[in-house]
Design a protein around this ligand. Sequence first.
Ligand SMILES: [Zn+2]
Length: 307
Amino acid sequence: MKTKIFALRALHAVSFTALALAACQASENDEAESSDTTDVFNPIERSSTIEGTVGAGGAELRDMLFNPKAKCTVPAGTKLAIGKFQDGFYKTTRPASCTAFGDEAAWVFARSVSIPSSSYRGLVEVRTNTSLAVNMNYAGNKIFCTFGKCLITSPLYAQNRCFLRDTVARALNTAAFFLQRDIGASAKLRALDCYRPAYVQERMWALVPNPTWVARLDRRAGNYSKHNRGHAIDVSIEKGGTQLDFGSQFDEFTRRSAYGAEGLTDTQRANRELLRSVMERAGFAPYDGEWWHFSWQGSPAPLDLPL
Ligand SMILES: [Zn+2]
């Protein structure tokens, strides 16, 4: 295991030196697990759909080509197998009652479907509470923004929901408790990204094929981000609903994203130190390339459950 750790550190060191531009989504990757590709590869393939229920008003299904003439409406309460989210729609399986189009695969408007937490097997949902706010950046339309210019402007997640492995979720709430004990009940941890489906990692790469900024997921080599395993979280601190000044935006692709960046004000440095302190005391490992990224020890199987 030590070699893996050293290799990982070396990787970080190399990317740090090579990248004057920071951000290192690439370096968020965990160690390669090329020796057990079957272990890693199979679970993700088996669990890539979950069950959702069509809400009041029913749902309209489309065919794969979004042919406007090929529509099919299903009533409220219909159970659908939910696959990846893209452009406002979830991929699903065409119900037998839908004869408007012949494709086996169909797409359903994501907002027409609700998915219970219990569908996310292996993960638990972290909900907004008095010490923690869930504010998933990739459920919005300002993604990978630097100096006001965003590389992605439509949501990568349909839902603003934070899922993590059970132990990690409990540790996050512990960190939120430490934060309030340190600086008072008006402060909250703000979860910016938690579990991230593997297909989203691939989509990020398709949209931004730049290894400086986005990690290229390799299913055959078993190379994933710890976010795909529910073992990493991107987090900041807010007070009275406003994020503290950390000296860079989340996912900003500049050297200011690095924890120890030069040129920070005393306040910005203190805010980073506070965040790192509460997360470390709860058992998380920080990442020097990004002040917001924290991970948990161990590498359970990656997942492709849609968000
Ligand atoms: Zn992260």
